[in-house]
Design a protein around this ligand. Structure first.
Ligand code: 5GP
Ligand code: MN
Length: 346
């Protein structure tokens, strides 16, 4: 990886659609690490030079939630949906790609084909199962809590690379991908990493506050509405479903990220082990159908990823998956009701 970095002049870092804290954290940790001014590097150790790069850019497929705006470097991120012409130029000119927190070019939308059209080396850093075979240098660790954990190990093997910015980005991904250390977080090693990050000056309570305690009033009321009026329980299957239409979202002034985490809430009910959330995105001009974005969560030995991939064109982790259909919420619910008995254990 060092060799690839040293030979690179124009690095582009990608992460997945609807970026979450781990996507943002892993991409920005690398961006901050690569952007260390050369003067600050250890002159005695020329191999510490991060990259021969003249430029490093992070490109995300679509907008990220405003509660990540504070992250170091977030203001420099390019959003493909908003500036695709400029991004296409960067992608075509790149001589190294780094792909974080996704396992298939499809997860970066239309940029996937553009990346593949550029034959330059590709580095994959990810914790999803079974990456497709598109990268040259693969750091795939499904046992890791998060992609940020893998970035930590790659960068901090020698302890010399810890800056507060990098550590802050990494902590954000560890925290969000484990639900503030409530799942995927039982390995003691994770807490050794956190201890190192705290020593590097990470303000963990401030990061929690920035991500989880800065919501709008509309968002909190939307959560209340969804749980009170829109949650259906299928008791014999320990299953909950929440749907929100585009009209309902508009009524609550929906902003990107406002329903983040909502799918986990029905799992707080003692007999509910599966939870599904459907959100309607109104059809874009020129396209006939709405997109229904679907999130799946489960607890314990009850995988939802097969259901997500075979029925809803998605996939993901055993206990956290996503998918989509194009049509109405009613059609998505009908498909859900026709198939859940086949895919879910009782
Ligand atoms: P979320 O419900 O937060 O959007 O997605 C949960 C997890 O499911 C993500 O971390 C990702 O691993 C996976 N995921 C979401 N959407 C898709 C998709 O369309 N395809 C695949 N393969 N995985 C997805
Ligand atoms: Mn992740």
């Amino acid at each position: 990886m060092k060799e690839l970095l040293q030979n690179a002049q124009h690095i582009v870092i990608f992460t997945h659609m609807a970026p979450d804290g781990d996507a943002m954290g892993s991409a920005l940790a690398l961006w901050n690490w690569l952007n260390v001014p050369e003067a600050q590097l250890n002159a005695a150790e020329p191999q510490c030079k991060r990259a021969g790069s003249a430029s490093v850019h992070v490109i995300v497929p679509n907008a990220f939630p405003a509660f990540f705006n504070w992250m170091p470097g977030a203001d420099k991120i390019h959003v493909y949906e908003k500036e695709h012409t400029a991004c296409d130029v960067l992608i075509a000119a790149a001589d190294l790609f780094i792909c974080t927190d996704f396992n298939d070019p499809k997860r970066i939308g239309p940029m996937g084909d553009k990346m593949l059209a550029n034959p330059c080396p590709k580095i994959l850093i990810d914790h999803h199962l079974n990456p497709t075979d598109f990268a040259d240098e693969i750091h795939s660790h499904p046992e890791a809590s998060s992609s940020c954990e893998i970035v930590y190990k790659l960068l901090f093997g020698d302890q010399s690379a810890i800056s507060n910015e990098v550590a802050t980005c990494i902590y954000t991904g560890l925290m969000t991908d484990t639900g503030n250390f409530s799942f995927n977080s039982t390995r003691a090693e994770l807490y050794d990493i956190i201890a190192e990050l705290l020593r590097a000056g990470v303000q963990k309570d401030a990061i929690y506050d920035a991500v989880f305690n800065q919501y709008s009033e509309h968002r909190v009321r939307l959560t209340g509405y969804a749980l009170y009026r829109k949650m259906r329980i299928y008791p014999e299957h320990h299953l909950a479903l929440i749907t929100l239409s585009a009209d309902e979202l508009e009524q609550y002034h929906y902003q990107v990220g406002d329903t983040e985490g909502l799918v986990n809430m029905p799992l707080q009910i003692s007999d509910v082990y599966y939870s599904v959330f459907m959100r309607e995105e109104r059809a874009k001009p020129g396209t006939p159908k709405s997109r229904i974005r679907i999130s799946f969560r489960s607890q314990g030995d009850r995988p939802v990823n097969i259901w997500a991939s075979e029925v809803f064109h998605g996939g993901g982790h055993a206990n956290a998956s996503g998918g989509e259909i194009f049509g109405t919420i009613g059609q998505a619910v009908a498909l859900f009701e026709r198939t859940y008995k086949k895919y879910l254990k009782i």
